[in-house]
Design a protein around this ligand. Structure first.
Ligand code: 5GP
Length: 184
């Protein structure tokens, strides 16, 4: 059986992680995206169980206490976590498991899975990141401010990642991420 692996994709909000990951999942059937839990309210079009498991704060805290998360972190006023469920089993079963998570969670995962492939996506510039967050129009102004603040901290830590890819052009970035995944 082909061997499985864990791939962690991190980068600031607005860099295009979600778009890149969705494209990879649609193209490569061996990739399996882990669906996270969050206390953030669903954005228009997001579906519970597909985009996230949407929990309230009490439910999320209970899940923490019950050890249901592989990792969790607070991000821009909400909680996000990777369900523990069956990640190891999926890897053992030959799956290529993709986590799309922020920096704090990525650090925890790399402690638990030192062999995980860690990819950091960078914007061409802070100005372009801000423009993308605003163009996307999915978050209120207060959330955009928090995300930009966090983006600076995340980008400053990007050297912790073995692979760094600049998302200047979406198609090129998707191809570069795919190549790294298949080469490692
Ligand atoms: P968004 O609200 O834009 O969907 O996600 C905000 C941030 O949380 C993004 O950087 C996203 O990658 C991250 N995120 C999503 N799911 C998880 C998770 O399970 N754990 C952690 N640590 N971060 C997550």
């Amino acid at each position: 059986m082909a061997s499985g692996k864990l791939i962690v994709i991190t980068g600031p909000s607005g860099v295009g992680k979600g778009t890149i990951v969705r494209s990879l999942i649609q193209t490569y059937s061996q990739l399996h995206l882990s669906v996270s839990a969050t206390t953030r309210k669903p954005r228009p079009g997001e579906i519970d169980g597909r985009d996230y498991y949407f929990l309230n704060r009490d439910e999320f805290q209970l899940a923490i206490v019950e050890g249901e998360f592989l990792e969790w972190a607070e991000y821009a006023g909400n909680y996000y976590g990777t369900p523990q469920t069956n990640i190891q089993e999926l890897i053992d079963g030959g799956k290529w498991v993709l986590l799309e998570i922020e920096l704090v969670g990525a650090r925890i995962v790399s402690e638990i899975f030192p062999d995980a492939l860690k990819i950091f996506l960078l914007p061409p510039s802070m100005a372009e990141l801000e423009a993308r967050l605003r163009r996307r129009g999915k978050d209120p102004e207060s959330a955009i401010e928090k995300r930009l603040h966090r983006a600076k901290e995340e980008i400053a830590a990007s050297e912790e990642f073995e692979v760094r890819i600049v998302n200047q052009d979406l198609k090129t970035a998707i191809d570069e991420v795919a190549q790294v995944i298949f080469d490692n």
